[in-house]
Design a protein around this ligand. Sequence first.
Ligand code: GL2
Length: 851
Amino acid sequence: ALRVSAVAEADKTAAINKSGTSSVPATTKDIENKLRYLFGRNEVSTPNDAYQGTAWSVRERLIDAFNKTHEHWKKEDPKFIYYLSAEFLMGRSLTNTVFNLGLQGDYATALKELGQKMEQVAEAERDAALGNGGLGRLAACFLDSMATLDLPGWGYGIRYKYGMFKQALKDGYQQELPDIWLTSGNPWEVRRDDVRHMVGFGGRVERRREAGGREVAVWTPAEQVIAQAYDNPIPGYSTPTTSNLRLWDALPLSEFDLAAFNAGDYDRAMLARERAEAISAVLYPNDSTPEGKELRLKQQYFFVCASLQDVLSRFKATHGSARWDLLPSKAVFQLNDTHPTIAVAELMRLLVDVEGLEWDEAWGITTKCLNYTNHTVMPEALEKWPVKVMAKMLPRHMEIIEVINEGWTQWLSAHLASELPAPEERAKRIAAMSIIHENPWNKEEMLVNMAYLAVVGSSAVNGVAAIHSNIVKDEIFNDFYKIFPSKFQNKTNGVTPRRWLAWCNPELADLITQQLGSDAWINDTEQLTALRTHASDPAFQQRWAAVKSAKKERLAGLIKRVWGEEVNTAALFDIQIKRIHEYKRQYLNVLSIIWRYKQLKRMSPQQRLQAVPRVCVIGGKAASAYDMAKRIIRLVTAVGSVINADPDTRDYLRLYFLPDYNVSLAETIIPAAELSQHISTAGTEASGTSNMKFALNGCLIIGTWDGANIEIAEETGVENVFVFGVRAEDINGLRKERKNFKTDPRWDEIMRDIEGGMFGDKEYFKPLVDSVNNMKVGNDWFLLANDFAAYLDAQQQVDECYRDQAEWLRRSIMYTAGSGKFSSDRTIRQYAEDIWHVGPCRPPPAAGGQQ
Ligand code: GL2
């Protein structure tokens, strides 16, 4: 069996790798050689040297596993899953790769011989931040689970040159800096010079009659670029399977032709180059609310077109071009939100225009192959592209979408005839369900509704938590649900227990393994339920607490490095880390911190001794154009500087904003958290996934009855969760009544404090105050005022519970014990069974290996 443990266990496992042989001296030599011959450096003197040498050495093992897997898959020709996603938030790869491949013993010992520590070496790696937040990280967890479950499947996306921006603070305000992540090379990718596809944009469509009399559409694009493949091997855990994330880079059509064609016009040649490269240059930093920029549509089509061509060309190589009817038994595509929805039209184009299939046959194949996951209820996030933009950039696709919509609306008209016999009513319903419709804000403009296109073009549509899937059925797509009830499903999100517990919290993982007698829980998290019987055992609680303390020390060290201040590690560590968004209500958290501060101020020193000390941490990025979110960040830093400097209260309350929240920072923060906040307005957070990561690491939750919080509470015991606030079903009514809502006097007092300049920056905070108080401006859309008092009460309960450490620890253990359901292995199994109909295909073990 493979060992779980990280550095602490390195010595014991030192000489054992997957083949059971010792290879430490060879590994040390290999690390040195990689550094010598790839970087021209003779000595491993810094963690960065060690990282480069180690990563390039590990890469070879990874590629071996990758090649073996793909040889096997080629031979077996199983049905494949293709996960199409504009975002993959991978984070760092070194630790995950070493541990998933079972090489930790070798590498930790080899590094030790070189005077380095694995943990520090791992920190030299830059995050691959090709995603915004939960949606992109979910895609990364899914790849880990698919490989671990031996499911033949690839991710397809974009190799952004610049990922999610780096966030810095300047005088407490967010600053965005470019994420230059590829400068020192990327050992985790393999450029495939033999895998390139052409992608066209613009131009015109003509009709031609073929020899047999069939009319065909011929699209002549005005602009063409090359999609260049880069493969990123994805190692499964405890299996020889290593799958793939194929990312596309955009290149100009041909550097040579360009040079020749533009001889004497160097500037123009360079402009064409820049235009091509712009397509894969930068990730749009918007979370949950896409920006309707043309370049974004270009990115979407670029990666979808390349990916579909790639899959179809492999299919043809195996099955020839006469058996397209077999495609649905060999390939299934998952559309990760609406971003890749142009796939509906592109698959039709490839089958009809390029492969010569009849429309109806192609439509049958397309709808069998595609499935769509919705990830947000925010109406503004359902992508809609102006017909004008689509027709200009993708003229053939616009035609195809029109034909699809004609067929769809005609079918609807017949289908609704008996239910809605009155023609006006029927027309109204059809208009409401049409893929192409008027822009409600600008009657002149017609829009393509990408979510409707995805629903019409897919076999299955799913939401990402039980409550969210109900909202999808009952609200967002209710008209569609009524017609196709069986199309709609729920697949509650999950997270990989490898990265999010075993590798990021090896101390807790070891304790669990010792208690359960084996590390089998890593691949079977339901086994964690056995911890329940130990939740009240004082000896176990003490060991549990010791791990948490060690993790808190580490986070305290990080706070010290960032802010230069020591924090009390006996205090309750209270964390809210996620994208900054009004619906996520970081603002509400700050208001409660202000209230806590004011109460502490009013107490006598004697009374304060009774208070539960807290260290509050908030982290997250605001989309660069999201003004209100940026003001919220400034409020956090402004309140923090007042509170942290106050000698009366600083022993009892601190507030720190940790800049540049990313996957790696999460890996440090989550194991140290005791309380985490998931306080979105009920019905707004589709699922949330950090809630699962915190719970897995034994962190208590204060949260609303929203997203996956609900299912976590069900698994953990609702009495163990600090649940507060209004329910989703009451939101609409409360919104209507908000102007008559009488705010809590404590709320009014805090608002006066902010307006009065208690935290400085009065003018800058005014829009924030207005957004929740001035019914003409902001309307308090996310109902902070309605939940404020209940939230303060829940915080009171948190304090009371924390005073009783035995009870707190019991609950903490119950969270981990109740996390079995939230492994992405469970989620992926459900997708595989209910939607993809794909089974495992495991390659034979490596020679001499144990699996
Ligand atoms: C999100 C949801 O907001 C979040 O609640 C969910 O957990 C994830 C993954 O399903 O998807 N939707 C979205 O657009 N982003 C998310 O994180 N960016």
